[in-house]
Design a protein around this ligand. Structure first.
Ligand code: NDP
Length: 329
């Protein structure tokens, strides 16, 4: 039987999520890759419990995480039941719906039917009565936004979610959604955009909207799936995402040109006394809008490395200029 480390809250820093009552750890853990399927239960358990011992209170899931889809929630549910049940009130657990989960016209996108039935399925797989945050995973161009936001509102009113979030909505869509939710008496807690040193799209307007509206951001793929680490500096390791079966990161992406930039970033990180992974996470925290970042991991040592980002969160003007020159210059 697992007993949590009694020092787990002594080191982690917690940051307020927008204008809300919720504080999130500097680093949160996402269960997209490496947590699905029965064979991964033991390593998944080791990473989740190890993360909790480090003060990571927030775990991010989605209906479709696996493979097979749903199995990350099932594994997480088993870990909750066997180990973390006594600590449920110390945890922020999120899930999402919107990407393809089951066949037919109701298995994806943003209808009320899809979102609320998906939430029920997620709760069942995880053995939970409620999630802390329920996200709409992506905007649906064909469903009126009123309907998708209405489903989020019902999730809260029915006690199945405490807060709501959006992911992959652009600045304009977010503004519209915030307005609709407000009319329904609901505040958007959090936005989950793709954001890292190599993918700057949230700087084109989304972060300004979030700041104005008092909404926290929690960037996903903050390490560009492992590229913004020392993982690929000496080739493609056999146990890495790029070498594995994931369709989301193919080795062809790792061009010499890109790796040249990563090497320069790595040199700067070393000068700052950080690993490149730590610097990439610290850099996202330079904005007060960033409440936390959601990393993925394939081993506990990566999570242990990532949480130390909080030891150096400040950047000089010169360092920021150099990072821009290397990444987008
Ligand atoms: P990252 O950019 O953090 O990439 C994670 C990968 O980077 C790991 O699997 C590992 O690669 C490598 N890595 C992590 N830490 C280190 C370290 N300290 N040193 C060296 N390498 C390291 O994030 P993900 O792309 O995995 O996404 C994170 C989470 O974001 C997901 O789990 C999910 O919760 C969320 N997400 C949300 C999406 C959305 O649409 N809302 C879409 C995608 C993700 P390796 O496996 O090779 O060891």
């Amino acid at each position: 039987m697992y007993t949590a480390n009694e020092n787990r809250y002594n080191h982690m820093q917690y940051k307020r999520c927008g204008r809300s009552g919720i504080k999130l750890p500097t680093v949160s853990l996402g269960l997209w890759h490496n947590f699905g399927g029965g064979s991964l239960y033991d390593p998944a358990r080791q990473m989740v419990l190890g993360a909790f011992d480090l003060g990571i209170t927030h775990f991010d899931l989605a209906n479709n995480y696996g493979p097979p889809p749903g199995s990350a929630e099932e594994n997480f549910g088993r870990i909750l039941k066997n180990d973390l049940r006594p600590y449920r009130d110390e945890m922020i657990i999120s899930t999402k719906s919107g990407y393809l989960m089951w066949p037919g016209p109701y298995g994806e996108w943003g209808s009320r039917k899809q979102m609320l039935t998906s939430l029920d399925q997620s709760l069942k797989r995880m053995g939970l009565e409620y999630v802390d945050i329920f996200y709409h995973h992506r905007p649906d161009p064909d469903t009126p936004m009123e309907e998708s936001m209405g489903a989020l509102a019902t999730a809260v009113q029915s006690g199945k979610a405490l807060y709501v979030g959006l992911s992959n909505y652009n600045a304009e869509q977010t503004e519209q959604a915030v307005r609709l939710l407000r009319e329904m008496g609901l505040k958007l807690l959090i936005h989950q955009p793709r954001y890292n040193m190599l993918d700057r799209r949230p700087e084109e307007g989304l972060y300004a909207v979030l700041e104005r509206e008092g909404i926290g951001a929690i960037p996903f793929s903050p390490l560009e799936q492992g590229i913004l680490t020392d993982r690929y500096l000496k080739g493609v390791p056999a146990d890495s995402r790029a070498a594995g079966a994931s369709v989301f990161l193919q080795p062809e992406k790792l061009t010499e040109e890109l790796l040249g930039r990563v090497r320069r970033l790595n040199d700067l990180a070393v000068q700052r006394g950080q690993t490149l992974a730590q610097m990439a996470l610290s850099w996202l925290h330079r904005s007060p809008v960033t409440a936390s970042v959601i990393i993925g991991a394939s081993k506990l040592s990566q999570i242990e490395d990532a949480v130390q980002a909080q030891n150096n969160l400040t950047f000089s003007e010169e360092e920021l200029r150099l990072i821009d020159e290397i990444t987008i210059g």
